[in-house]
Design a protein around this ligand. Structure first.
Ligand SMILES: Nc1ncnc2c1ncn2[C@@H]1O[C@H](COP(=O)(O)OS(=O)(=O)O)[C@@H](OP(=O)(O)O)[C@H]1O
Ligand SMILES: Nc1ncnc2c1ncn2[C@@H]1O[C@H](COP(=O)(O)OP(=O)(O)O)[C@@H](O)[C@H]1O
Length: 247
C-alpha cells in the first residue's frame, strides 16, 4: 500500500519545485496581496487539482444550465426532472432553486430590483464554483433582468453557461398558479410580482427555448422538455463516458 506522503506527492500537493530558488522568487511575487471590491489585502490561491482532472473522474464537463422564466413556467419541475435523468445516467449534479436558496443563503433578500440583482449575483458565483468543480449545475431562478444573467454568463468559462428560456405565456402560468401568487397579485395583495407589476426581460439568445405547447397546440410534458435538454447536453459533449444516451 502507498504511504500518505507518497500519495500526496503523486497528486502534486506537497511537491517541492525542482528549481527551488526560482520558485521562491515567484512565490514572493505571488504573495503580494491586493484589494478586490470591499476586501483588502487578499490574494488568489490557484487550486491544486485542475477542473479537467475532476471532470475526467466524473466523465462529464462542468456547466451551468440556467433556467429563466416567469413564476409557474416550469423551471423547478423541468430542472428536477432533468436532475433525476442525469443521476440515472451516473452524472453528478447540483440543483439551485430560487425558493430553496431564499430559505438560507439568500434569506436576507427580498424582491426589489437591487435584491434580485444580488440574489442572481450570489447564485451566479455559487454556480460557477460548482461548474469549476466539474459538476452539471442546474439553476432555477426567475432572474428577470437580462443584465444580471449576462453578468453571470461573463463569469462562467466560455460556452459553459447554457441559458434555458422557459417561454411560457403568462396566461398559462396564471392558469397553473400552484402557489396562488398570481391570484394574490391580481387582487393587489402582493406588490411587485414578476409579469404583473414587475418586469421580466426575455432572453435574446437563449441556447435552449422550451415552450409549453407545440405549433399545433399540444401541451409539452416536463419529461419531454427535460429530454430536449438531455439531448442538448449530450450533443455538446458535456456528458462524456459510457453514459446511457437519453431515452
Ligand atoms: N414579488 C415576487 N415576484 C416573483 N416571485 C415572487 C415574488 N414574491 C414571492 N415570489 C416567489 O419567489 C420565487 C422567485 O424567487 P427567485 O429567487 O427565483 O426570484 S428572482 O430571480 O430574484 O427574481 C417565486 O418562485 P417560482 O414560482 O418558483 O418562480 C415565487 O414563489
Ligand atoms: N411542461 C409542463 N406541462 C404542464 N404542467 C407543468 C409543466 N411544467 C410544470 N408544470 C406545472 O406547472 C406548475 C409550476 O411549475 P414550477 O416548476 O413550480 O414552475 P416555476 O419553478 O417556474 O415557478 C407546477 O404545478 C407544475 O406541475
Amino acid at each position: 500500500m502507498q504511504s500518505a506522503p507518497s500519495l500526496l506527492s503523486r497528486f502534486g500537493c506537497l511537491v517541492r519545485p525542482a528549481n527551488f530558488a526560482a520558485a521562491s522568487v515567484a512565490s514572493r511575487a505571488m504573495s503580494t496581496a491586493y484589494d478586490v471590491g470591499s476586501s483588502t489585502n487578499i490574494k488568489w490561491h490557484e487550486g491544486a487539482v485542475p477542473t479537467e482532472n475532476k471532470e475526467a473522474i466524473m466523465q462529464q464537463k462542468g456547466c451551468v444550465v440556467w433556467f429563466t422564466g416567469l413564476s409557474g413556467s416550469g423551471k423547478s419541475t423541468v430542472a428536477c426532472t432533468l436532475e433525476h435523468a442525469l443521476a440515472e445516467s451516473g452524472k453528478v449534479t447540483a440543483l439551485l432553486d430560487g425558493d430553496n436558496i431564499r430559505h438560507g443563503l439568500n434569506s436576507n433578500l427580498g424582491f426589489s430590483a437591487t435584491d434580485r440583482e444580488e440574489n442572481i449575483r450570489r447564485i451566479g458565483e455559487v454556480s460557477k464554483l460548482f461548474a469549476d468543480t466539474g459538476i452539471v449545475t442546474l439553476v432555477s431562478f426567475i432572474s428577470p433582468y437580462r443584465r444580471d444573467r449576462d453578468r453571470v454568463r461573463s463569469r462562467v468559462p466560455e460556452g459553459r453557461f447554457i441559458e434555458v428560456f422557459m417561454k411560457v405565456p403568462i396566461s398559462i402560468c396564471e392558469e397553473r398558479d400552484p402557489k396562488g401568487l398570481y391570484k394574490k397579485a391580481r387582487a393587489g395583495q402582493l406588490k411587485g410580482f414578476t409579469g404583473i407589476d414587475d418586469p421580466y426581460e426575455e432572453p435574446l439568445n437563449a441556447k435552449v427555448v422550451l415552450e409549453a405547447e407545440t405549433a399545433d397546440g399540444k401541451r409539452i410534458s416536463p419529461q419531454d422538455q427535460a429530454r430536449t435538454l438531455l439531448e442538448y447536453l449530450h450533443s455538446k459533449g458535456f456528458l462524456t463516458g459510457p453514459s446511457t444516451p437519453p431515452k
